[in-house]
Design a protein around this ligand. Structure first.
Ligand code: APR
Ligand code: PHB
Length: 393
């Protein structure tokens, strides 16, 4: 098989890249190790920045997003039993949209297949060849599909295969520098068949640990509790989960969560990670393959979409104008938005989670910072403009 861009991974990054390239007349093939059903059902992130919404709309992917996405013009920070609203619209003129990552995935897969795009599901043993700095000729991706070995020859490889994919690890040792922070906590997340009891997200700082109230639709509530990275889900009955959520999300104005059947439970690890540079030879990394943020800032999916917007524009300049300056600048261009999102996600995480804190000093620092964030227009604006997404030049 010959194509222009070989894409590994059908998450938001790989799929949107394939779609954006198609709009510019550039061919690609996407290789995905899971089934279509699996990736369309997998529950992941759910908040789109205004810039991500604009990108999906402008590229013709906005129909269901417009109909079903929930526009949120602010969030609440809850501490000391009181809710404090951060008004994104008033502070930035912009908003975010709650729309599940798997819905974005469904929309792009449908658009690609309708346009005759090639996505191969259930591939295995993917390996990358001849893509290094010195390599002459075409890059190669070998894999297995339908019980047979196959290969793709391409000009460029896009490594969009997530944190545990093969692309980043195919780069020789010493080329890439990795920056990492792990956190001594995780999130226990549930999806509940219950009408969301508030219109906007609530981020709660509590002495028993962080909690988050979110949603997916007018019928489905999404909730998280700070827990241990090694948390044993069998120790968490539905009753224990609801009790803990009620405690951490309790407010002095009588607001209460709606309960309902729990449809899904899981533990999400927390990590900050960046690989620099995001390119080696003919291989370009995008999305979780190159960087991870803890979910507290709701940035993961937005960072992935922003990377492939940059990569699609650079590949378009290469094919249509014979210019390679944008491709050469790919890593540096992306790392600017990546590190902004890394910092914001780390900051939100540090401000809201219960930390090891024998003397109580950390807790008081957090409370002082939260009071400042909700009490000062300047400080509220810092949170708001990062949450809705900074427009970096
Ligand atoms: N071969 C083929 N496909 C692979 C391989 C492999 N060796 N390894 C991983 N994949 C696939 C995964 O099955 C997954 O579908 O690559 C895809 C990567 O998709 P995501 O993990 O969704 O990553 P990305 O597209 O970068 O989107 C980032 O995902 O984790 C969330 O919070 C994160 O919202 C962010 C988003
Ligand atoms: C979610 O709804 O899954 C969600 C929302 C906001 C976050 C993280 C996750 O910060």
């Amino acid at each position: 098989m010959r194509t222009q861009v070989g894409i590994i991974g059908a998450g938001p990054a790989g799929l949107l890249l394939s779609h954006l390239l198609h709009l510019q007349g550039i061919e690609s093939v996407v290789l995905e190790r899971h089934t279509r059903e699996y990736i369309e059902q997998r529950i992941r992130a759910g908040v789109l920045e205004q810039g991500s919404v604009d990108l999906l709309n402008q590229s013709g992917l906005g129909a269901r997003l417009q109909a079903q996405g929930l526009v949120h013009e602010g969030i609440d920070l809850l501490f000391g039993g009181r809710r404090h609203r951060i008004d994104f619209r008033a502070l930035t003129g912009r908003a975010v949209t709650v729309y599940g990552q798997q819905e974005v995935v469904k929309d792009i897969i449908a658009a690609r297949l309708a346009a005759g795009g090639r996505i191969l599901f259930e591939v295995s043993d993917v390996s990358l060849e001849n893509f290094g700095e010195q390599a002459a000729g075409l890059a190669k991706i070998r894999f297995r599909h339908n019980g047979e070995t196959a290969q793709i020859e391409c000009d460029t490889i896009a490594g969009c295969d997530g944190f545990h994919g093969v692309s980043r690890s195919a780069i020789p040792a010493g080329v890439i520098r990795q920056f990492e922070r792990t956190y001594p906590f995780a999130w226990l997340g549930i999806l509940a068949q219950a009408a969301p009891a508030a219109h906007e997200l609530i981020y709660a700082q509590h002495q028993r640990g962080f909690a988050l109230f979110s949603m997916r639709s007018p019928q489905i509530t999404r909730l998280y509790l700070q827990c241990k990275p090694s948390e044993d889900l069998t120790q968490w009955s539905d009753e224990r989960i609801w009790n803990e959520l009620h405690t951490r999300l309790e407010t002095d104005d009588g607001w209460k969560l709606n309960e309902g059947p729990i449809l899904q439970k899981g533990v999400t690890p927390m990590r900050s990670f960046v690989a620099e540079p995001m390119q080696y030879g003919k291989l370009f990394l995008a999305g979780d393959a190159a960087h991870i943020v803890p979910p507290t800032g709701a940035k993961g999916m937005n960072a992935a979409l922003a990377d492939v917007k940059v990569l699609a524009a650079a590949l378009t300049a290469h094919y249509q104008a014979g210019r390679d300056d944008l491709l050469q600048a790919y890593s540096a261009t992306c790392l600017r938005h990546v590190w902004r999102k890394e910092h914001f996600s780390w900051w939100m995480t540090s401000m809201l989670h219960r930390l090891d804190d024998e003397s109580g000093f950390q807790y008081r620092m957090q409370r002082s910072e939260l009071e400042y964030v909700v009490g000062s227009r300047a400080a509220s604006s810092v949170l708001a403009e990062n949450y809705v997404g900074m427009a970096l030049p």
